[in-house]
Design a protein around this ligand. Structure first.
Ligand SMILES: C[S@@+](CC[C@H](N)C(=O)[O-])C[C@H]1O[C@@H](n2cnc3c(N)ncnc32)[C@H](O)[C@@H]1O
Ligand code: SF4
Length: 394
């Protein structure tokens, strides 16, 4: 039995199925394996029960179903999963319970079923409102379907919802980006995420680049698109609380805040990553291997309440943990890195340890320095990577 403090933890549950792989995506997810959904859900429930029994005080205040495409599971699948969670974990009153939803996969009545099992937040993968960009990204949906799905969710009582958008797409003009932001803001989400398109290893998108089939995105245009999002969303009352995330006051994603603040989260499903009491772990990647491992019920003898599918775990060095802490802290635009917290978590004096970086970044106007700590300045937000590199990797 693993003993833990009284603090509640988070659950991340990975649903590794998609109808089709998008050209840019390198997440651990598989198309064409829908016949494995039933056995996967069965294994997932066993995994949840096995882990729940290994933890001393299983209080949970955020649960996040990510993917892949969680909305490929039916209301009945979620009923089974929540029954396993409730059997072995105590879900705190007011817990945030979210899932990622792909427009184009939502049947009538689906969101009502989700509310019934306990979901109270939805994150829609919109990416763009422009038909050409959706086609380029290999998305299965149109923006009309986004509008329909959002209306359906609102009708079922989901007022707390996020829209994911991507900028810096080859061929995406400033005007297209502005139109996408406006079309999304018109849907009145409580939260918006905007990511720069990443060219990930092994994706079709990377191959297109390598073969010269598409032109590289102009970095200045991508920076201008990000800057436009800041101004546009700021004027609408959205708080830019993390580099890629905006919310209406009080609607931060509490699950992601747990990651960024180095809290405890347990991982379920193939390829899911967890962190507990300073140890990090991840599960096997393949769906059949996950199902097989959970069936075998052999749990590794390590001081983490992980399930039978864990494939590796490690403790970061102090330097790695500190780098993570500085990166995550600086990404949080309101709080930044607080000196007293760094001292209590690491026994490290922010002002002494980072004196050179603070002086340099402060004099360039890229960070704000106060009595309690440091955070990115408005100018620094646009040059985040330059600032991070000064605070990590020494
Ligand atoms: C892993 S996806 C899962 C959500 C859901 N399957 C979907 O695509 O609608 C979560 C989000 O990550 C973002 N994302 C995934 N790959 C990305 C990439 N290469 N560059 C930028 N953003 C990416 C997308 O905005 C996406 O909505
Ligand atoms: S972006 Fe979303 S829908 Fe597309 S392959 Fe990745 S997880 Fe699946």
């Amino acid at each position: 039995m693993v003993t833990e403090s009284d603090l509640p933890c988070s659950l991340y549950i990975h649903i590794p199925f998609c109808d089709k792989r998008c050209a840019y995506c390198d997440f651990n997810t598989y198309a064409g394996l829908a016949h494995l959904i039933d056995p996967f859900v069965e294994a997932l429930c066993s995994d949840i029960r096995l882990v729940g029994k290994r933890i001393h005080n299983p209080k949970v205040d955020t649960i996040f179903f990510g993917g892949g495409t969680p909305t490929l599971l039916s209301g009945d699948h979620f009923k089974q999963i929540f029954s396993a969670i409730r059997q072995c974990f105590q879900i705190m009153p007011g817990a945030e319970i979210s899932l990622e939803a792909n427009p184009g996969t939502i049947a009538p009545g689906y969101f009502e079923a989700l509310r019934e099992v306990g979901f109270n937040r939805v994150s829609f993968g919109v990416q763009s409102a422009d038909t050409r960009m959706l086609k380029f990204l290999d998305r299965i949906h149109s923006f009309e379907q986004v509008i329909g799905s959002v209306e359906q969710a609102k009708g079922a009582g989901f007022n707390n919802f996020n829209l994911d958008l991507i900028f810096g797409i080859p061929g995406q003009s400033m005007n297209m980006w502005q139109e996408s932001l406006k079309a999304c803001a018109d849907l009145q989400p409580s939260h918006l995420s905007a990511y720069a398109l990443g060219i990930e290893t092994g994706t079709p998108l990377q191959q297109w680049y390598q073969k010269g089939l598409i032109e590289k995105v102009d970095d200045d245009l991508a920076a201008d698109q990000f800057d436009y999002a800041r101004q546009f969303l700021g004027a609408l009352g959205y708080d830019h609380y993390e580099i890629s995330n905006w919310c209406k006051p009080g609607s931060e994603c509490r699950h992601n805040l747990r990651y960024w603040r180095n809290g405890n989260y347990l991982a379920f499903g193939p390829g899911a990553h967890g962190r507990f009491n300073g140890l990090r772990y991840s599960n096997v990647l393949s769906i059949p291997a996950y199902i097989k491992a959970v069936k075998a019920e052999t749990v590794a003898e390590i001081p983490i309440p992980c399930g039978p599918s864990v494939r590796d775990w490690h403790k970061n060095t102090l330097a790695e943990d500190l780098d993570d802490r500085m990166m995550c802290g600086l990404r949080l635009l309101n709080e930044g890195v607080i000196a007293a917290e760094l001292a209590s978590e690491f026994g490290i004096d922010l002002w002494q340890n980072y004196a050179k970086a603070i002086k340099k970044m402060g004099s360039l106007g890229l960070i704000e320095v106060s009595q309690i700590g440091i955070r990115l300045s408005s100018k620094g937000v646009l040059l985040g990577n330059q600032v991070f590199s000064e605070f990590i990797g020494d």
